[in-house]
Design a protein around this ligand. Structure first.
Ligand SMILES: *[C@@H]1O[C@H](CO)[C@@H](O)[C@H](O)[C@H]1NC(C)=O
Ligand SMILES: *[C@@H]1O[C@H](CO)[C@@H](O)[C@H](O)[C@H]1NC(C)=O
Ligand SMILES: *[C@@H]1O[C@H](CO)[C@@H](O)[C@H](O)[C@H]1NC(C)=O
Ligand SMILES: *[C@@H]1O[C@H](CO)[C@@H](O)[C@H](O)[C@H]1NC(C)=O
Ligand SMILES: *[C@@H]1O[C@H](CO)[C@@H](O)[C@H](O)[C@H]1NC(C)=O
Length: 457
């Protein structure tokens, strides 16, 4: 055998080996959980959650309006009596969901300015109304009733055409009042008609049509993942779907799964444990106190920007991603206060983004002595940069940090400023920074970021 034949054979074997090692995932959680997360997600850190649907028409008390009204809660009952004629049904709201001012290009530009890196767009909430012309929706979708538009499709096109933001989609497995679901429920979930004919086909349709790179599942708590055949879908998603190499899924696939399985954990709404988590996680922050648009919101109900950024900094320090939730109204407008918060967030990130994107948790999440300071460390820089984020404008002349151990070559800079930073070593541990005189900007009122290199730890 000639040398070249041997090398060809070796090459062929190597090629076959690569082919066979393209791992296929089995439809069980152990196998699915063994898949390494696509890298982009942990680097991205910040996404936007867009909770939008038919409930933006009554626009009272959020996306559960239909349920509270039908189960006779006082506020919703009185609201309907006071504002709509007797006999009104939830479907009667549809003609008023005009989305007349919906301009997804404008949304895309706002999101780009806000520094978010991925979206989670609600395609169907628990009321079952789909924001795309689903083949499984009868007429309860945005093409047949309401706007007569493919709201999801237009969104996806604008985001991809104008930004580098990754498209992810939210989908509710269960629906409050779908007759097929109610029948399966009555049968103790021993039948699967709703899962088989409605929810799961919708998910395949969404993936094949819009190629989202996050599937954010919800409405999972009624029953277990077996009913939905969730692992079957996720195995397809990871093995054979058009987004198999880049997609991630959250953890809401059954009442036995949440906070346990999936590419990352969401656990509870507004989750902020303030300690390092072992598995990748993500936390939603609602800018208003409610997930979707509501007419009764007052200015005071919206989180101030420093509160949003404080949570964001704490969550990222502890290894989490953040989803900032907004609720557009029935006209397709983002409430101006929410748009302003997004732009404020972007302004801070423009100066301090190095401390957030493409970072990982440091050995300390918060400083050992200074409760105002939270840390991250760069993932891809050599030597690594430790970022110390000080919440708020410093009230004293000095900032004491207890956690870093300095060396003779340690350097400290303040992101966004050229002024040299004077500091003294605390010896065995820590350092004391002289607070420099700088012009107070809106960004510096939120948090200061010190970049520290060449530490001993
Ligand atoms: C009902 O409305 C009142 C007045 O707006 C409000 O204070 C209360 O929290 C509401 N109740 C519920 C259950 O949402
Ligand atoms: C819906 O079904 C029609 C006819 O089978 C097909 O052409 C279309 O692509 C389907 N739509 C989606 C979104 O899958
Ligand atoms: C993409 O954006 C460009 C520039 O704004 C615009 O001219 C073009 O029509 C857009 N394409 C689509 C498919 O929306
Ligand atoms: C689950 O998925 C498998 C494989 O696609 C299929 O054979 C089975 O019928 C599904 N079960 C249910 C309950 O949908
Ligand atoms: C910060 O770190 C200290 C330990 O150095 C710990 O006792 C404290 O509870 C931590 N968390 C917060 C939120 O300050």
């Amino acid at each position: 055998m000639s040398l070249s034949t041997i090398s060809t054979l070796v090459g062929t074997f190597a090629f076959l080996l690569v082919l066979s090692s393209a791992k296929r995932y089995e439809p069980n959680w152990e196998s699915l959980d063994s898949r390494p997360n696509p890298k982009w997600f942990d680097d991205a850190k910040i996404g936007i959650f867009i909770t939008w649907g038919m409930y933006a028409v009554p626009a009272y008390q959020g996306p559960w309006f239909q349920y509270w009204w039908h189960t006779g809660r006082k506020n919703e009952t009185e609201f309907m009596k006071g504002n709509y004629p007797p006999g009104w049904t939830y479907a009667d709201f549809a003609p008023d969901f005009t989305t007349w001012f919906y301009d997804p290009d404008y949304w895309a530009d706002v999101f780009q300015d806000s520094g978010i890196k991925y979206t989670v767009f609600v395609t169907k909430h628990h009321d079952g109304y789909t924001l795309w012309p689903s083949n499984y929706s009868w007429n309860w979708n945005s093409m047949d009733v309401g706007p007569k538009r493919d709201l999801v499709g237009e969104f996806v096109t604008s985001i991809r055409n104008r930004t580098d933001i990754v498209v992810g989609l939210y989908h509710s497995l269960f629906e409050f009042y779908n007759p097929l679901f109610l029948q399966d429920q009555k049968n103790g979930y021993k039948t699967h008609q709703f899962a088989k004919q409605k929810s799961m086909p919708e998910l395949y349709e969404l993936v094949n049509t819009y190629k989202p790179e996050v599937i954010w599942s919800d409405g999972d708590w009624m029953t277990t993942d077996d009913y939905w055949n969730a692992t079957e879908f996720i195995a397809w998603l990871f093995n054979d779907s058009p987004v198999k190499d880049t997609v991630l899924v959250n953890d809401r696939w059954g009442n036995n799964i949440k906070c346990k399985h999936g590419s990352y954990l969401t656990c509870f709404d507004q989750y902020n444990p303030k300690v390092l988590q072992t598995k990748k996680w993500e936390s939603g922050i609602t800018v208003d106190q409610c997930w979707s648009y509501r007419r009764e919101a007052r200015a005071i109900d919206y989180l101030p920007i420093d509160e949003i950024m404080t949570r964001l900094i704490q969550i990222v320090s502890c290894g989490g991603n953040v989803l900032v939730d907004i609720g557009p109204n029935k006209d397709g407008m983002i409430p101006p206060i929410e748009e302003e918060r997004l732009r404020q967030m972007g302004a801070w990130l423009k100066v301090n983004g190095d401390a957030i994107y493409k970072t990982k948790p440091w050995m300390y999440q918060n400083d050992t002595e200074n409760s105002n300071v939270w840390y991250t460390v760069s993932k891809y820089q050599d030597p690594p940069v430790v970022y110390a984020m000080h919440l708020g404008w410093p009230e004293k002349d000095t900032i004491v940090l207890g956690s870093p151990i300095t060396s003779s070559s340690t350097q400290v800079t303040l992101l966004g400023e050229t002024v040299p930073i004077k500091w003294t070593s605390g010896g065995a541990t820590g350092l004391t920074i002289q607070v420099p005189v700088i012009i107070p900007t809106a960004e510096k009122l939120i948090a200061w970021t010190f970049a520290i290199t060449n530490l001993k730890n």
